[in-house]
Design a binder for this molecule. Structure first.
Ligand code: ATP
Ligand code: MG
Length: 556
């Protein structure tokens, strides 16, 4: 990406203009999640975009829970969301806000609109309101309550607040234009009666503001300059602007929409993730197969890799779909030089070196990462009995198979040249043991006399090996069948989790700590599971394999 053109995205150009025109001095952005689920990769894009802009312009980034809807919100979600945002590195400093704390100001704002003749209490039911709203072809009809006097409206709205009406019997509507071509402007409901307990304000309120009314007020109160949201709110922008104009805020915030991040063939929506969790198909919101932020973290993704991915996707107004392979590319790029490369055998078969001294354990000094000297070296024990990958031996090799087969010599990575002299099978014809001789003069894996070997395989010494569980993951849905069935249910992939119980790793990995990640040479990148590992007994999750079909757009 050397010749990458550093250009500004469309939001930065808008901000530059606003600063140049004196509309604002710097920026204040916010991330406003509804605490009704865990965050996912799409939210990460929004968080890093908002935080990134604040940092770039030396402005502020606010964290605000949009908790104006009392039905679905839970404390568990509030805590998880905070943790995820902190992990991503977006710092709201001391600016952690809850929209529900502004209920008094929102109430006052509604009163102000009533006093200006810009809002009225309606007796219509939800169904009638829908009927009266008209269609895209037909204008709406005037609400019979629209001409109530200001005094009557004030009294009724106060009665709504005081709990004098049943749910659904009265609403407060903004008085805008029932004939507007934009349906959102046809006297939208801005307050409703709902006798519900709120997780933050308890039973203080029995009327709750609607999103389109509440959101601009929240932004204005906090001094947000640029309120960045996703495209589905584009048609709501006239209403956003109407609210800030009618409430006469000195520094009106500006709404800007960008396209959501979608991952091809990946379950991303909060709704669907929630379903997988509730039906017990996955191991909670942080199942390593999910693209929830906590799932990605548990799988072994890093904040850096997610930032890189989000940057690669860019910010635009046009919907586009990213490839999961791009996300995999980013984590490989991040870990390949940063983390040690160790040896692990996932599908073991025993290799015995006939001419190696019985009982001897030799310590070989091995670089931790050939591309990063700063990671230093470690000692890896070597012995007469080793484990190698079953697929690294064949009785009858096809052409171009350069690994072990009878009579062939290969390099044991960082150790010695060994030549296959014999092998044993069980009654089912399965290979149980491979016998080799080694050349002591090839120590370190170097040729003693210029003779060449074509294959290099990895190994783990049997006497000191640590037996561990390794988990391999695939997409939770079947990409070939299509993610969704006709009835909207998910096409689950029955092989999305594979558990390997008999894997052998170097003894140095026995003490690996939760979230630590490693490259297992020739096998991929792995991360220690925080939930299922025990002291001295790590469980490894495969983050990603080593190979990729993904090409950066610039390389294509
Ligand atoms: P979902 O689409 O998964 O149901 P949501 O939009 O209901 O999520 P919110 O908590 O309302 O979730 O979203 C918080 C913020 O994150 C909003 O500003 C929203 O626009 C943004 N956001 C949600 N999904 C994406 C996405 N896929 N890409 C970018 N931003 C997103
Ligand atoms: Mg939402």
């Amino acid at each position: 990406m050397e010749n990458e053109i550093v250009s500004k995205n469309f939001i930065e150009r808008i901000i530059d203009e606003d600063i140049a025109e004196g509309k604002c001095e710097t920026v204040c952005t916010r991330f406003p999640p509804e605490p009704n689920g865990y965050l996912h990769i799409g939210h990460a894009k929004s968080i890093l975009l908002n935080y990134g802009l604040a940092k770039k312009y030396g402005g502020k980034f606010n964290m605000r829970f949009d908790d104006t809807n009392p039905t679905k919100e839970r404390i568990e979600f509030v805590e998880s969301i905070k943790e995820d945002i902190q992990w991503l590195g977006a710092d709201w400093e001391e600016r952690l806000y809850f929209a529900s704390n502004y209920f008094p100001q929102m109430y006052e704002a509604a009163v102000k609109l009533i006093k200006k003749g810009k809002a009225y209490v309606s007796d219509l039911s939800a169904e009638q309101i829908r009927e009266y709203r008209g269609t895209l072809e037909e204008p709406g009809k005037k609400d019979p309550s629209a001409d109530r006097s200001m005094e009557e409206n004030l009294a009724l709205f106060e009665a709504m607040k005081n709990g004098e009406f049943e749910d659904g019997t009265k609403v407060l509507r903004a008085k805008i234009d029932m004939a507007s071509p934009n349906m959102n402007m046809r006297d939208p409901v801005i307050y409703r009666v709902a006798h519900m307990t709120h997780h933050n304000t308890g039973d203080t309120w029995c009327i709750y503001p609607m999103y389109d009314f509440a959101h601009p007020i929240e932004d204005a109160i906090e001094g947000v300059t640029h309120s960045i949201c996703t495209l589905e709110f584009e048609d709501h922008r006239p209403l956003y602007d109407w609210v800030v104009r009618e409430l006469e805020y000195e520094k009106p915030p500006k709404q800007i929409e960008f396209a959501k991040l979608y991952l091809k063939n990946v379950v991303t929506g909060k709704r669907y993730i929630k379903k997988l969790v509730e039906e017990g198909i996955v191991d909670g919101w942080d199942d390593p197969r999910l693209v929830s932020i906590s799932g990605l973290r548990r799988r072994g993704f890093t904040p850096e890799s997610i930032q890189m991915f989000v940057d690669m996707c860019g910010v635009s107004k046009a919907n586009s779909i990213a490839d999961y392979a791009a996300l995999e590319y980013c984590i490989r790029e991040d870990l390949k030089v940063k983390r040690p490369r160790m040896m692990a055998i996932l599908d073991p078969v025993k290799l015995v070196i006939d001419n190696y001294p019985d009982g001897e354990v030799e310590k070989l000094t091995v670089p931790n990462n050939q591309e990063n000297e700063a990671l230093g070296t470690r000692e890896v024990p070597f012995a007469k009995e080793l484990y190698i990958e079953r697929e690294d031996f064949m009785e009858e090799p096809p052409k171009k198979y350069f690994r072990l087969f009878p009579g062939n010599e290969v390099r044991l990575m960082n150790a010695y040249f060994v030549k296959c002299v014999d092998y044993k099978k069980d009654e089912n014809g399965r290979v149980t043991e491979i016998h080799c001789t080694y050349d002591p003069a090839s120590k370190g894996g170097n040729s003693p006399d210029g003779r060449k070997v074509k294959g290099t395989i990895h190994w783990v010494a049997a006497p000191t090996a640590k037996k561990v569980t390794v988990r391999l993951y695939e997409n939770i849905v079947d990409e070939d069948l299509g993610v969704y069935n006709e009835d909207g249910s998910l096409n689950l992939n029955p092989n999305s989790l594979q558990v390997l119980d008999e894997c052998y790793v170097e003894p140095a990995l026995a003490d690996a700590k939760a979230y630590e990640s490693f490259q297992f040479v020739r096998n991929g990148f792995y991360c220690v599971d925080y939930k299922d590992s025990k002291e001295g007994q790590p469980v490894f999750n495969r983050i990603v394999s080593l190979k990729s079909s993904f090409k950066l757009p610039t390389q294509a």
